[in-house]
Structure formats: structure tokens, C-alpha cells
Design a protein around this ligand. Sequence first.
Ligand code: 3PY
Length: 247
Amino acid sequence: MRKLIAGNWKMHGSLADNEALLSAITAGLPPAPGADVAVCVPAPYLAQVQALLHATPVAWGAQDVSAHERGAYTGEVSAAMLRDFGCRYVIVGHSERRQYHGETDEIVARKAQRALAAGITPIVCVGETEAQREHGDTELVVKRQLAAVIHAVGHCVTEIVVAYEPVWAIGTGRTATPEQAQAVHAVLRAQLRAAAPGERRVRILYGGSMNAANAAALLAQPDIDGGLIGSASLKAGDFLSIIAAAA
Ligand code: 3PY
């Protein structure tokens, strides 16, 4: 199966920086890259990114979506609005949103539902904190987070992408070893298979300080189907190296 390399720009970028970054990425990509590529950008830049990328192999998406369909929810952006700007993906449940914006498993599950209903693939993030890992709760935590989404979306679970992002490896420069990551991916794979037996393989990305130096070893693991890339997605050379490692 083709791997997916998705950049998570977080709250970075400007009209000028985005244009420079995306033109360097698209210039450096082979015409038919050996992996699927996407960038998930801050919502105000979706129109710019759509204009710059619509004729390229790079897809785009957002970093969050409202759990509501429409209405009096000041500041929220609906899945239908993301669809209007051609988003193929939306990240839901990133640990920064769970941590700083109080997103519960149920809210994340509703966001995934909204995305699917609008024809957008949710990239559902799960991951344990350092304390949870130390207490031996990693499996329990990621399975609980994924179970909420499986429960909400039912048979549509085959349409999602999962990203395992250990919280202790986010923005810290620390990365799970390939073996640590693979062990959790195998747990998630089994859970997905049990939820949708015989269905096609759901992509499980690794996220959390994946970079040009560690990507190849992580992507070589049997259950790692790509990467959700933080700061390394803001440097064209690094992002291109990761894409090459996935091809
Ligand atoms: C990171 O690499 O820090 C991420 O959070 C990717 O989503």
C-alpha cells in the first residue's frame, strides 16, 4: 500500500513563506511521487494552498474541524467549509488540541464523523503521555481513544487514517524508537482489524518528531504506513527527504 506523508504545519506560515515552501516542495517532487503527500495548514491559508497545489500531486487539508454541522459557534470552521476549499484531509484529536482545548475522546469522535460526512478523510491522532507510558498504560490509552472513534463512525472506520503520536515525542525532538512505535501500531492494527474484519487496510501513520534522519527506520516497520510530520514539514529539503524515504 502507498504510504502517506502529511505535514502538520501547526500555527506557522505566512502568505510569503507558504508560497516559498510549497514551490520548493512541488519543484523537488518527482512527477509521480511513490507516496501520497499532503500538507495540513492553518485554515486562513486554505484558499492560497488550494490555488498553489490544485494542479500538483500534493493534497491539502486542515488541522481541526468543528464537531457541529453549522450554527452559532463563533470561531468554528465546519467540515463543509473545508470541503469548499478542496480539503482531502483534516487532522482531528491532535494532542495539542486535547491538551490545550479540552477535546475529549467523544468530541474527537464527533469531529471524525463530521469530516467523513463531508467526504474528508480524518487523520485521527491517538497517543499516550509520558506518565501514562511509565505507568504501563500506553495500550489502554490508545485503544480507548481509537475505540471512541470506531464506535462513532461504525463501518466507515475503513475510511479514516490513524496517527499514533506519543505525546512525549511531540515538539520535544524525542522520537519513539522504531520498535516502540511498531509495538503500538500493531495494537492499533489489531483493533482496526477486529472493528472491520476483512476490510481494506487502514493507514496508521507515525507522528512525533519524525524527521529526515529517523524517517527511513520508522517507515520500514511493517505497521507504519506513513508519517504525520511536524517541524520537519516546514523545511522543504527535510520534507522531501521523508517523502523519498516513504516511496
Ligand atoms: C510533531 O511532530 O511534533 C507533531 O505533532 C506532528 O503532528
